[in-house]
Design a binder for this molecule. Structure first.
Ligand SMILES: Cc1cc2nc3c(=O)[nH]c(=O)nc-3n(C[C@H](O)[C@H](O)[C@H](O)COP(=O)(O)OP(=O)(O)OC[C@H]3O[C@@H](n4cnc5c(N)ncnc54)[C@H](O)[C@@H]3O)c2cc1C
Length: 314
């Protein structure tokens, strides 16, 4: 069975959930082979094995010293040497650039913002804010596919995760932009938005200086905090918490929308959540079309009561 290369996303050896999603998708196509760049492979290998990686190709340390170009050269070489059936990366801004460069080098095609891929390498894309679904397939060469986080449900399946150091000759052209410093963004106690099992999001209905009502409910549930674009554009909450078409895509078990109308662009980032609860004072708000459970009421009355009840039951 041909190998399917999966570029691993990790933070200091901690494998991100999206990589387990990519390994799950890769198993439909062929034999998953993880590609590891950076330090920490010893810490991350167990997670790769748990989700079916048969091999773990470890890049030379130098690849991580530069921005995207060496990674594209690495993936190109591996795809050629191993006769890979496809290359999967997560659809982050950096990885989409790596995907594009790799496809050019391989003379193949790239598909980005994919939400599903089947055994025949037909990809699914959710476009126009989720209103339309399209399908695509690369017709020439090794497909390079960038899959959106939280699109595939990760399923465990044991793999050997046999480690293999790989060498690659990095061209001078790929060494023009060197990484001079890495700063780890300070993280609070809350889970990462795209990886959280529960997300509590606030919209314009929350008001300009009342976001604590969203944070308190999130904290009672151990949830991540999200926000609509209206909130972010108004400067009420930082833009890395925006959910939607031009923000993050989330797919938690539970999504609680407080004072969010449910515009199509917001829905595009959360409509695959397993359970959706909406609190909105307007019974006609479009979010109720999507919600599994809705409360028509003032969020400033409903959310604190909910928080209190949850805290009491802990
Ligand atoms: C190209 C493009 C991309 C976009 N990308 C995104 C995106 O990524 N994410 C995103 O969110 N939006 C995005 N938008 C914006 C989107 O169209 C909406 O404008 C936005 O989602 C509205 O945010 P909102 O629901 O918070 O505000 P509103 O639409 O103003 O809704 C506020 C809601 O709060 C309710 N409310 C008010 N007070 C209370 C209260 N006290 N208690 C309970 N309910 C109350 C109201 O009834 C209303 O339903 C995009 C738009 C464009 C054109």
């Amino acid at each position: 069975m041909a190998e399917v290369l999966v570029l691993v996303d990790h933070v200091d050896g901690q494998v991100k959930k999206v990589t387990t999603e990519l390994l799950t998708a890769a198993r439909r196509i062929g034999e998953p082979a993880a590609v590891w760049v950076g330090e920490g492979v010893e810490s991350g290998k167990a997670a790769l094995a748990e989700f079916g990686a048969e091999k773990v190709y470890v890049a030379p340390a130098e690849v991580n010293d530069y921005v995207v170009a060496p990674k594209a050269e690495l993936l190109t070489k591996l795809a050629q040497d191993k006769g890979a059936a496809a290359i999967l990366v997560s659809a982050t801004a950096e990885n989409k650039e790596i995907a594009g460069r790799t496809a050019v080098k391989l003379g193949s095609g790239v598909l980005t913002d994919v939400v599903d891929v089947n055994a025949e390498l037909v990809t699914e894309h959710s476009i126009f804010g989720g209103a339309t679904v399209t399908h695509a397939r690369v017709r020439t060469g090794v497909p390079v596919i960038a899959v959106r986080p939280n699109s595939v449900v990760p399923e465990a399946a044991a793999g050997a995760a046999a480690e293999e150091a790989v060498s690659v000759e990095i061209s001078d052209a790929a060494k023009t932009a060197k990484v001079v410093e890495r700063v780890v963004q300070e993280k609070g106690e809350r889970p990462e938005l795209t990886e959280a099992a529960i997300v509590v999001s606030g919209g314009r209905g929350v008001g300009s200086d009342d976001f604590a009502v969203v944070e308190n409910l999130a904290d009672s549930l151990g949830a991540a905090v999200g926000a609509s674009r209206a909130v972010v554009d108004s400067g009420w909450y930082p833009n890395q918490f925006q959910v939607g078409q031009t923000g993050k895509t989330v797919s938690p078990n539970l999504y609680i929308a407080l004072g969010i109308s449910g515009a199509i662009q917001h829905r595009a980032g959360m409509q695959t959540s397993k359970n959706i609860v909406a609190v909105n004072k307007d019974p006609e708000a479009p979010i109720f079309e999507l919600a599994d459970f809705g409360v028509v009421g003032d969020l400033h009355t409903v959310a604190p009561q909910l928080t209190e009840e949850i805290n009491k039951r802990k």
